[in-house]
Design a binder for this molecule. Structure first.
Ligand code: KIV
Ligand code: ZN
Length: 514
């Protein structure tokens, strides 16, 4: 890396992000997201943790083979077996990176690893050397780095760099750091790790105290040159540093920070939506940069200022993140060509067959809804293309409900390609539909949460339903949209059940509390 003002963006949405409770993604969804990340211009993607499960391995291997430009990282504990497995998965990538880690804080070494400091240094060195046997692109992470003894941290980093690590990463694994303190730690490492100039210093923050972005920016200002981030800030517990926040802070405050990234900011909105669609994790409306209200001005005095000059209250332009003020609205009379163009704008470059499928669904929706917005199109793509490999597919739903009748539902589903149908009742139409679907699928999940929101404005807006399901300790989110709220609810439930099935068949053996 020659440009010292360039910050490397390492995206871990597919690995740490997937560790958000219920956020499992299937391989097709991961590949789709990886391709969007390439378009977004990230430098490195962490595609997964190949030793964690066969499913993770397959997803990483598929992504590695598909991407042309990006560096693809596979995570591995500091063991030869994990590193071998990571390498097998990423070896076909244009630019593979092995990312190996071991904990360096006293609390983790004593209670989790039961290893002494010397043993941890030896394991780190052995892991990095072993990884270097495969590739010249090796990252070493000191897990729980922010709570580690600083001199020991410098010792581990020095040894890892000596063994061949080209990036050393300082994680704030439990989101404990405070910006000024974290920046000071970065400066300390730079000053007390003699060979630090031979590697890129990276940071990886969690958001337990809501400080992940602040800590990351403080660290970058202090000299770190790689930021590990996820889209929408998804991740374990309170999540990881949100990519869009770091990138837009560097972009907007270039005058103060003087640093840049290779991100094509006009792809941020589409990428954020895609993550939300795929994982089922909604973006809170007041979320910085990508929340629905991030560019909405409610107060009269603000609106007045905005009309006179947007710069009065807007530090970023919506266009910069790919959010157009003049959104093209499609409708019943729009043709295939217009649909294709608009999907391209949204980041979906579909093949002919895929386009035909979406076009058919588009026409069906346009019969029910006058204006088709970007959000509607995203749902059509996600439901029509990304979910085709689902075990359960909703084919037909009919409900009767009202003040004087017992709510009933008749449902037809495809289960592994075979049509099944049945009827059932419940406390209300949604309960009736869910009971019937559960019976037909032979599943016994518990509905933990049910939320409904309007996908866009307008009384004909599609309802977007999100459910959170639990079955035998497995958690999954499901999402569905439809102009009819009961159908949206059924779609969300079926989607959640599919995700549970995926988790059942792709068990994660051991994620080491990451
Ligand atoms: O939070 C963490 O420490 C991690 C490491 C594997 C980088 O995710
Ligand atoms: Zn992490």
């Amino acid at each position: 890396m020659t440009d010292t003002n360039r910050v490397i963006i390492f995206d871990t949405t597919l690995r740490d992000g997937e560790q958000s409770p219920g956020a499992s993604m299937n391989t097709g969804e991961k590949v789709r997201l990886a391709m969007q990340l390439e378009k977004l211009g990230v430098d490195v993607i962490e595609a997964g943790f190949p030793a964690a499960s066969d499913g993770d391995f397959d997803a990483v291997a598929t992504i590695a083979a598909k991407l042309h430009r990006l560096q693809v990282a596979g995570l591995a504990r500091a063991t030869r077996a994990d590193i071998d497995r990571a390498w097998q998965a990423i070896q076909t990538a244009a630019a593979p990176r092995i990312h190996t880690f071991i904990a360096t804080s006293d609390i983790h070494m004593e209670h989790k690893l039961r290893m002494s400091r010397d043993q941890v240094v030896a394991a780190a060195v052995d892991a990095v050397r072993h990884a270097r046997g495969y590739t010249g692109n090796v990252e070493f992470s000191a897990e729980d780095g922010s709570r580690s003894d600083r001199d020991f941290l410098c010792r581990v980093f020095e040894a890892a760099i000596e063994a061949g690590a080209t990036t050393v990463n300082l994680p704030d694994t439990v989101g404990y750091a405070i910006p000024e303190e974290f920046a000071e730690l970065v400066r300390y490492i730079m000053a007390h790790t003699p060979n630090i100039g031979k590697a890129v210093l990276s940071v990886h923050c969690h958001n337990d105290l809501g400080l992940a972005t602040a800590n990351t920016l403080a660290a970058i200002k202090a000299g770190a040159r790689q930021a590990e981030v996820t889209l929408n800030g998804i991740g374990e517990r309170a999540g990881n540093t949100a990519m869009e926040e770091v990138v837009m802070a560097l972009h907007t405050r270039h005058n103060y920070l003087g640093l840049s990234t290779g991100i094509h900011t006009d792809q941020i909105h589409a990428s954020s939506r895609l993550v939300s669609m795929i994982t089922g994790i909604l973006v809170q409306p007041n979320k910085a940069v990508v929340g629905a209200n991030a560019f909405a001005h409610e107060a009269g005095i603000h609106q007045d200022g905005m009309l006179k000059n947007p710069m009065t209250y807007e530090i970023m332009r919506p266009e910069t993140i790919g959010l157009s003020r003049n959104r093209l609205v499609l409708g019943k009379h729009s043709g295939r060509h217009a649909l294709h163009d608009q999907l391209k704008q949204l980041g979906y470059d579909l093949g002919e067959d895929e386009l035909s499928l979406v076009f058919t669904r588009f026409k069906e929706l346009a019969d029910k809804k006058k204006t088709i917005m970007d959000e509607d199109l995203e749902v059509l793509v996600t439901e029509g293309i990304l979910r085709t490999a689902d075990i359960f597919q909703l084919e037909y739903l009919h409900v009767t409900a009202g003040t004087t009748v017992l709510p009933m539902a008749s449902v037809k589903l495809k289960v592994n390609g075979r049509s099944v149908q049945g009827a059932g009742y419940g406390n209300g139409p949604i309960d009736a539909a869910y009971n019937t679907i559960a019976k037909l699928t032979g599943t016994q999940s518990e509905l933990l949460r049910f939320t409904v929101a309007a996908l866009t404005g307008g009384t004909d807006a599609q309802g977007e339903v999100t459910v959170r399901l639990r079955e035998n300790g497995l958690l999954a989110l499901g999402k569905g949209a439809d102009p009819d709220i009961i159908t949206a609810s059924a779609k969300a439930y079926v989607n959640g059940l599919n995700r549970l099935e995926y988790l059942k068949t792709h068990p994660v053996h051991d994620r080491q509390g990451l």
